[in-house]
Design a protein around this ligand. Structure first.
Ligand code: NAP
Length: 232
């Protein structure tokens, strides 16, 4: 299968890239910082030399960069699976977070997925097959302290995912919303949180991979995961 993953240089996106490479699938990866993406590709290519691993850096908060990445993907491959994972978290309170915070978070956490999905969908629709994952969050389901604009953007991404699922169910294309609680990635480095208190990026990757292993007539609509000890 041909797997397109955004935000693949580190964290959850990297773990998802790794599990698909380990199972022999071809990867088409993107993230914002070119050097970090190159490093990720070089590590994965050494580990999994038999699979194709190609990459193109793009700032997915900018629509024309999303379009450029989508066109690059369509020139290289017929995408089987799209994983909309790129995102960032800035804690805040709606009342006093920085001006522009909501726009910034929507641009990366929502519009990147919206524009990329719309650009790749015609290829999936023509083949009447495909699987789209949107990496939402527990913050897509509940309000929480310091959720601020991030939580709004993740509620919106879940809304996008639900509507996409409804629209695509008769077209052979699966849609899965992934809602993880805290996962130890760069976002948590330096926070003082014990890595053993929260989930590992590979936990999320294993569930995403498992959701791709069902018969064509079955879909996992939602994956909700939390640390065993509950949310922080
Ligand atoms: P991470 O380790 O910080 O990795 C984020 C990835 O997204 C990086 O590859 C980053 O690339 C890329 N990215 C960020 N902004 C981008 C942009 N404008 N254009 C292109 N790529 C961009 O984060 P993570 O913790 O793995 O999070 C991955 C996803 O899971 C996010 O959507 C996040 O909201 C969600 N999530 C995380 C947690 C958690 O506790 N970690 C919980 C629930 C949901 P650069 O580094 O080059 O910017």
């Amino acid at each position: 299968m041909n797997i397109v993953i955004t935000g693949a240089s580190k964290g959850i996106g990297y773990a998802i890239a790794e599990i698909f490479a380990a199972h022999g699938h071809h990867l088409f990866l993107t993230s914002k910082t070119p050097a970090a993406l190159e490093t990720a590709v070089s590590v994965l290519s050494k580990q999994y030399p038999v699979v194709t691993i190609e990459s193109m850096p793009a700032d997915l908060s900018i629509q024309k960069e999303v379009t450029a990445f989508a066109n690059w993907c369509l020139e290289k491959t017929e995408p089987t699976i799209l994983i909309n994972n790129a995102g960032f978290f800035v804690p805040g309170k709606l009342q006093d977070e920085a001006a522009g915070q909501l726009q910034d978070q929507l641009n990366t956490n929502l519009y990147s997925a919206y524009h990329l999905t719309r650009a790749l969908l015609p290829s999936m629709l023509a083949r009447k097959s495909g699987h789209i994952f949107n990496i939402c969050s527990i913050a897509s389901l509940y309000a929480y302290e310091h959720g601020g604009a991030y939580s709004i953007s993740k509620f919106a991404l879940l809304g996008f995912s639900k509507n996409l699922r409804l629209e695509l169910k008769d077209n052979g294309i699966k849609v899965t919303a992934v809602c993880p609680g805290a996962v130890y990635t760069n976002s948590w480095a330096g926070s003082g949180v014990d890595p053993k208190r929260i989930m590992e990026a590979s936990d999320i990757a294993k569930m995403v991979y498992a959701a791709t292993q069902l018969s064509p007539q079955a879909v996992v609509e939602d994956i909700i995961m939390r640390p065993q000890l509950g949310d922080l």
